[in-house]
Design a protein around this ligand. Structure first.
Ligand SMILES: [Zn+2]
Length: 134
């Protein structure tokens, strides 16, 4: 478990732009980087095409993993959006979390996006600080 995930403001804005383009559907993707620092956002098709859940398209997800590996990076997080909230991970998110990485939730309220990070392990979630750097 890590306590903080670092990403720069440009990457945060890129992630927000990506999920905003998919409203009203949930959007998802991978965060690639090193240790606790995000260096690249990789969007993955939401196979569920749903406003309330996401399932990463397995083919695109495999492609994304290959890209991450061939660029010498690691999977440091997974992001997905909650276009109508909540800000936190849902019971489904906790039940379906397949990777021990930070789960970033981008939630929207009054057209404003907010990002929060969570570590999910053994059926529970703990908040992880998102350190936004310039
Ligand atoms: Zn969710």
């Amino acid at each position: 478990m890590i306590l903080a995930l670092e990403l720069n403001n440009a990457l945060l804005q890129e992630m927000i732009t990506y999920v905003d383009q998919h409203v009203p559907l949930e959007a998802c993707g991978l965060l690639a980087g090193k240790e606790s620092r995000v260096e690249k956002i990789v969007g993955v098709l939401n196979q569920a095409q749903s406003p309330v859940r996401f399932v990463m398209d397995p083919y695109e997800q495999l492609h994304a993993f290959n890209w991450i590996e061939s660029n010498g990076l690691d999977l440091v997080g997974i992001f997905h959006s909650h276009p109508t909230g909540p800000e936190t991970v849902s019971a489904t998110d906790i039940a379906e979390a397949a990777y021990a990485v930070v789960h970033v939730i981008l939630s929207r309220s009054d057209n404003e996006w907010k990002a929060r990070g969570f570590w999910i392990e053994d059926g529970s979630a703990h908040e992880v600080t998102l350190q936004i750097i310039e």
